[in-house]
Design a protein around this ligand. Structure first.
Ligand code: 3HC
Length: 279
């Protein structure tokens, strides 16, 4: 299968890597060449790491299946995965353009916007749906497959098969509600963790989440890991749709440029790599 991934950030590049590792031809698109270069460096690092651990047999052949593009017209005849900023207008523009270029399935990796709202930008919207990967896409097994009001049965079942072909576990989401399934649960937990910041340190909260709830990463660290800006955008969408996700500190952190792992500073100091939780 030929796959065109729009947006080469952490999610777009990770999704492209997943498709390439499963034998597909991937074109990674962005408006900036330097963003694409950074994405390819990250993918190369990750593929090599997985090779050292034995889950990728031939890293060169994976890399040879990934190319880059700054021309949206190259999406012709490709299945498209949209992974740009979590903003209806930005996503809408991309979807509207790309849906006149390809006739194949178009999926959005949105984590919070309604699929039915996004589908209004798509020409022939019966072939459009949500395919929500989790961060980091190469390591997270679950992928939510979300149908909007206009998604056809054929598109929905094909997308479930595509996710299985990636070696992932598809979670069918039949109701286009805020947060779908996973974020609907996770963002309630984030709200509770944020409220606890008035009384406890991030380390104390995360230590409980890891030791008592068995989470691989604490909730506050996860906010840093997935990006303070990403979670802030999701909080605004949550508010718009009346969902109880509140974490007021996120706005202040975005204003001061503390975006978590990607900037080296968030609730934790990431400048020397993943922070250790003691205690
Ligand atoms: N590719 C290849 N290898 C990777 C990698 C990647 N992208 N990311 C991490 N690794 C490797 C590390 O290099 C490390 O290798 P090593 O053992 O040789 O040193 C190994 O994986 C383990 O990583 P770390 O030691 O850094 O840390 P952890 O053991 O904690 O594992 C983790 C990292 C897999 C991210 C784990 O902490 C985890 O599962 N965290 C939870 C992630 C999660 O919940 N994601 C969902 C977030 S919600 C979301 O995405 C929704 C969105 O809409 C907001």
């Amino acid at each position: 299968m030929k796959v065109f991934v729009v947006g080469s950030g952490v999610m777009g590049s990770g999704i492209g890597q997943v498709f390439a590792m499963a034998g597909n031809e991937v074109k990674l698109y962005d408006v900036r060449e330097d963003a694409l270069k950074k994405a390819m460096d990250n993918i190369r690092w990750s593929v090599q790491k997985l090779h050292e651990k034995g889950s990728v047999r031939d890293p060169d052949s994976v890399m040879s299946r990934i190319s880059t593009s700054v021309d949206l017209n190259e999406a012709k005849d490709h299945m498209v995965i949209e992974a740009v900023f979590e903003d209806l207008k930005v996503k809408g523009e991309v979807l509207s353009k790309v849906s006149t270029i390809t006739h194949e399935i178009i999926a959005s990796n949105t984590s919070s916007l309604p699929i039915t709202d996004l589908s209004k930008f798509v020409k022939n919207a019966e072939r459009f749906l949500g395919m929500h990967f989790f961060n980091p896409p190469v390591l997270m097994k679950l992928v939510e497959v979300i149908r909007g009001d206009l998604t056809s049965d054929q598109t929905f079942y094909k997308a479930l098969d595509i996710v299985k072909s990636l070696g992932k576990f598809p979670l069918p989401v039949r109701k286009d509600v805020f947060g779908f399934v996973v974020n609907r649960v996770l963002f309630r937990m984030f709200t509770s963790a944020c409220n606890l910041l008035e009384l406890y340190t991030p380390e104390e909260i995360d230590s409980v989440a890891m030791k008592e709830l068995g989470m691989p990463m604490g909730l506050i660290m996860l906010l840093d890991y997935t990006g303070i800006d990403v979670n802030y955008d999701i909080s605004k969408e949550a508010e718009r749709r009346g969902f109880p996700f509140r974490c007021e500190v996120l706005e202040r952190m975005v204003r001061s440029g503390k975006l978590g792992r990607k900037t080296g500073q968030g609730f934790y100091d990431w400048s020397k790599g993943k922070p250790e939780i003691k205690g």
